[in-house]
Structures are given as C-alpha cells and as structure tokens.
Ligand binder design. Structure first.
Ligand SMILES: Cc1cc2nc3c(=O)[nH]c(=O)nc-3n(C[C@H](O)[C@H](O)[C@H](O)COP(=O)(O)O)c2cc1C
Length: 382
C-alpha cells in the first residue's frame, strides 16, 4: 500500500475539498434537495452490526469475484461519473488505467469526458459502458453500436433520471456549462492553481461521447443539452427490451430501488441490476440502497446478479453489502475523492484502503471467502 498520512475517505474528501474549485467539488459532493438521502446512505451502513466469529481457520482469505465470466481481483468497481474531468483533469483516463492495472471494472458514463473509443483502448477488458436513454432513438442506438465496435462487453442502462433533480448546491453556485466566468468563479479557480493549470493543459472538459449528436444543441458544452440527451422519462419496458436486443451482450440496469422494478428488469431479460439511488442525487426522500437491498434480493435472487452502489466509503461497507445479498459493489465519489486529494495515485490508494479493510474484516467475522457472506454474518438483536 502507498505510504500515506490519509487513513479514511473522510480525510481524503477534506483534502480534495482544498484542491478542487468549490463549483466542481460541490457538483461531486452534493445531492438532491436537502441531501437527506446522502446521509441516509451512510447511516444505512452504520445501522448494520457485524457478528464477530472466531475458532475458525481463516488464514487464507479470498475477495476475488467472478462476474459475467470475468474474475475481478476486488469486490468493488468504479461507478460512472459524468463530467469526471471537471472534478479532476484526466480523471476518466486515470480511473480506466487503474481499473486495468488492478483488475476491477470501470463504468464509463455516457456523459463522461472521454470517448468510449479512448477508454476501451486503455482498458479493453475492464470498461463497461453506461448509457442513459437519450431523447432521440438514433443517438441511443448509435452509442450502442459504438460500444459494441469498441469491444465493450457489459452495457449498463441507468434508469433513474426521469427528470434532472434539484441540486441546490449547483443552483447556488450558478453551475452551468460553459462556465459563466463570474468574478466569484474566477476567484474560486485562481485559489486552486494545480487544478487550474492542469485543466488549461488538458483542455476544458466536455461531453465527448455526445459531441457528434449535439449539432442540434445551441452549444456543444451546454449542460442543459446533455441533460435533455440523458432524460429517461419516456422509458418503458418495451423500449428497454429493444435496447437489450440491439445490444445483445451482457445487460445491466442501474438505479433499481424496489422489488417491482427489479422484477421488471427480470421480465426485460437483464442479466443484472445495480441497486442504487445515484448516490443521493435524484430523489432526496428515497431509501438508502443498503436498506432496500434485502427485499430486492428476496424478490429476484438468484435469477439476476444483484450489485449495489451509493454510500460505500470503506471495506466494512462492502462486507455489509455482500452480507445483505449483493454480489458486487461500486463506488463513485470515493475514487474521485482519492484523485482530488492525491492526483493519479489517489484512486488506487482508495482501492488499497478498501481491499485491506475487507481482508481484515473477513478475518474478524470468520469468513474465508467474500462469496460466502450472507445474513448469518450480520448481528441480530435477540
Ligand atoms: C459527480 C457525479 C456524477 C455522476 N454521474 C453519473 C452518470 O453519468 N451516470 C450514472 O449512471 N450515474 C452517475 N452518478 C451516480 C454514480 O454512478 C453512483 O451511482 C453514485 O456515485 C454512487 O454513490 P457514491 O458516490 O456514494 O458511491 C454520478 C455521481 C456523481 C457523484
């Protein structure tokens, strides 16, 4: 593990905050409404207690996971982050490089700041592509074609943006693209020289995957244009089936929070779902992913591979997700906090922290293999 003076995600988040302009940090850190859902994501994990168990030989421990025919070295992957390069220059490519090196999946966002082609070149066996249902069908099917031609094997359809949510921090910061260079924003950027210089060198981030389709938009960088392209209000089971059929490969639906939606995913013929509340960025009154996971598992397991994100910040959270029925986990902000705090090595450092803790906790609860975790490993009162 990289020697370092940071031991938790909270410490990395605090350091990232000092290095990223406020506008971009708030875009990363913030969520919908009063951000109650973000707090619920954390307390959901906090409310679970694990059952310590000894008198078992746990000298050999395994946390490799086989998912859709690929064996990954860790039980966590990287969630899709739109506009990642705005948060830290080159973040998309840094994350893809790390994913390949450490053999974990990296989900490139449809509204990422590098193209499908660039990222699949960097990490051909580790890139999954995340699609939003764009307003126009031809964009959707062209993106699918590009993903196929790039050799991507897993398509993830995100379904939880029927409308852009109200994110108060972004509104208060007047966050629009291209930036409106108000005196406040200029002062904000000037105070973060490393970010500013690196952004100047690497270029102002834009929605690279969407550029070919944005002739109709007034401005190729317009945040509104991208939001229109990614709004899923017209989503139906029929449309998702068409997408699934056109793709033909492994198909995952992200943003499931109820047994009913999970059963719909099964009817559609999805291979897997990601139980997710978009990191608290969509419905502020939504349940946390971890709280809703057991009832989803009950409704659809073992017919679907059930994965989870939203609120994971340490190895113990990963263990709790697996013990509650997940077969894999993802995190979005954790890896971005790492990069924001420690540049390129930060994402890998976050992975080290998590993997190390998973290993130690497995030993404490008497479990040799993360795949063996179930509700027996959760402490029950009485
Ligand atoms: C800044 C930011 C941008 C995001 N962009 C996308 C996106 O483009 N597509 C998507 O499916 N989810 C997106 N998400 C949601 C993440 O993929 C993931 O569900 C969430 O970050 C998980 O919660 P966590 O950050 O607490 O780990 C975004 C999240 C953040 C914080």
């Amino acid at each position: 593990m990289t020697p370092n003076k940071y031991f938790t995600l909270d410490e990395l988040r605090s350091r990232a905050k000092t290095r990223i302009p406020k506008l971009a940090f708030d875009y990363l850190d913030g969520g919908a409404g009063n951000e109650a859902n973000i707090h619920r994501n954390r307390s959901g994990f906090g409310n679970i207690t694990l059952q310590p168990e000894y008198l078992r030989n746990v000298t050999e421990r395994n946390q490799k996971i086989t998912l859709f025919g690929h064996t990954y070295d860790a039980p966590i992957g990287i969630s899709p982050i739109g506009l990642a390069n705005l948060i830290w220059p080159n973040a998309d490519k840094t994350l893809a490089t790390m994913a390949k090196k450490r053999n974990i999946p990296y989900l490139l966002s449809a509204v990422g700041t590098s193209t499908i082609e660039e990222i699949s070149d960097i990490a051909p066996d580790h890139t999954w592509f995340q699609l939003y249902i764009p307003g126009k069908d031809y964009i959707c099917f062209d993106l699918i074609k590009r993903a196929k031609e790039s050799g991507i094997k897993v398509l993830v359809l995100t379904v939880d943006i029927p409308e852009p949510s109200i994110r108060l921090r972004d509104l208060r910061n007047n966050f629009t693209l291209p930036f409106k260079m108000t005196p406040r924003i200029i002062m904000d950027i000037v105070r973060k020289p490393r970010w500013a210089i690196s952004t100047l060198i690497n270029g102002i981030p834009r929605f690279e995957n969407m550029v070919p389709y944005m002739q109709e938009a007034a401005d190729k960088q317009s945040l509104n244009a991208a939001q229109v392209l990614q709004t899923s209000a017209r989503l139906s089971e029929d449309l998702i089936k068409q997408i699934r059929d056109s793709w033909g490969g492994t198909f995952v639906i992200k943003g499931i929070l109820s047994p009913k939606s999970a059963q719909a995913a099964m009817r559609i013929g999805a291979d897997g779902i990601i139980v997710s509340n978009h990191g608290g960025r969509q419905l502020d009154s939504a349940p946390s992913s971890i709280e809703t996971l057991p009832r989803i598992v009950k409704a659809v397991e073992p017919r679907l591979t059930i994965m989870l994100d939203s609120g994971i910040r340490c190895g113990t959270d990963i263990i709790k997700a697996f013990a509650s029925g997940a077969s894999f986990t993802f995190s979005g902000r954790s890896f971005m906090f790492g990069i924001g705090a420690l540049d390129e090595q930060g994402a890998e450092f976050v992975l080290d922290l998590m993997v190390n803790e998973v290993d130690k906790v497995l030993a404490q609860i008497g479990c040799k293999d993360i795949m063996e975790l179930d509700r027996e490993y959760i402490w029950q009162d009485g």
